[in-house]
Design a protein around this ligand. Sequence first.
Ligand code: FAD
Ligand code: NAI
Length: 466
Amino acid sequence: MSYDLVVIGTGPGGYVCAIRAAQLGLRTAVVEKRATHGGTCLNVGCIPSKALLHASEAFEDAGKHFADLGVIVGSPKLDLAKMMAFKDEGVAGNTKGVEFLLKKNKVDAFHGTARIAGAGRVEVISEDGGNRIIETRNIVIATGSDVAKLPGVTIDERIVVSSTGALALGQVPKKLVVIGAGVIGLELGSVWRRLGAEVTVVEYLDRVLPGMDGEVGKQFQRILEKQGIVFRLSSKVTGVDVGKKGAAVSVEPAAGGESETIQADVVLVAIGRTPYTEGLGLETVGVQTDSKGRIQTDSHYATNVTGIYAIGDVIAGPMLAHKAEDEGVAVAEILAGQSGHLNYGVIPNVVYTFPEVASVGRTEEELKKDGVAYNAGKFPFTANGRAKVNHTTDGFVKILADAKTDRVLGVHIVGADAGNLIAELAVAMEFGASAEDVARTCHAHPTLTEAVKEAALAVSKRAIHV
Ligand code: FAD
Ligand code: NAI
């Protein structure tokens, strides 16, 4: 069998790349070692976590907020097995959807572990040990990432879990210790807190969500604390002793000092993810990786070996599904002779807690560090009519615009539906819009988007509602 392109891995990067390549007339195949398509994102990442965030938010709303609206439902009961079935149904619907799309676009799908056997040769080893060789002009590696391990801590997916185990717990832990105040820790910490767990988050750095705008991080931490999450910042976990019923987590100040023990029923390790290249045979063909194990590519996603490309979590850049997807499209277009491209300055980043956190572009810290003069316009949701009536007044919109040109350089939002609100700013930034452009665009009333318009007005100190 001979193809123009074989894509290894059918996560958001791989399956989107294959479909785009097929649309452009390339004879395309994919190889996936999981039983289902969709990669980390659809199987054990974005989709199941959002299903549990949605369901647990509904549970909390029913218990804590419905009565304020005059909706009396009594004390809601949790049927965790049913909630997990709801999540699994969502995952199955999505993974089957990818299978359908691959078929519809006439992409051949092989199940098994791919190993690059040489230039233009991919060996597929199936679960029963059988193997076959597929020949191809080009290979795109889209093998994604895996959970980063904490030295000395064994993940058993029962008491010490990764995100995968935390998405499938059989009962609500009384005490959950989360290691890492990043995206996974805060999203899944929120899920289990809403369902009744006491959640303590231990974070090495002195802030939550490192990399995001500092003001956003501070306000978001306060909001989560109000919700009941306890933070132990500037602290490191030095060991986890697993017993019959739970674990004793040893924590000490990051700078060193006395150690103390926190008891937990479940410990979630969420300290990042690492690129996944195991068994691919990169060393056989000489594909170069960097010090973090990421496959090195040029601006066209080409590795140092002719005909081998890489995209998604396995290369540098934010580990986000939409970044992987857009790289998939770009590399397919490049392979078809077009000029595929992705603007890395405008990749939105969303944390799907309540409220949500969303950002695009540069943070205030980055602008200060780079010596860029900017104006900041900020508008709180307490002053937005729709947020007021919905009782979702936590948070704000902050727009950072170039002091000279007024061009939007970054936007940071904490608030209900921030993940949807950020989209208009990503479009604005793609088109090189100024804060004035956003401010002069008519936004529907009453919507949360008016807070975006007001923040844009605030850049030139003329917000109306504050
Ligand atoms: P992956 O999705 O990891 O897919 C790689 C695929 O390659 C896998 O299916 C794997 O089985 C397969 N594979 C690996 N090696 C081989 C081989 N040798 N042969 C055959 N197949 C192979 N991102 C967001 O943007 N939004 C979110 O809300 C979000 N939530 C997340 C929640 C969690 C809990 C986690 C863990 C991640 C989340 N992410 C989210 C990150 C997102 O899942 C990744 O950025 C995205 O999946 C990366 O896509 P990818 O195609 O590069 O790799
Ligand atoms: P992360 O990089 O977001 O956060 C890891 C956190 O752990 C950091 O705050 C880090 O300082 C801390 N940490 C590292 N070592 C530590 C230690 N020894 N002790 C205590 N704290 C320590 O990684 P996370 O949350 O595991 O997520 C992995 C990736 O998955 C992210 O890169 C993210 O892009 C992606 N993801 C995206 C989501 C989204 O877009 N909504 C949701 C979930 C994951």
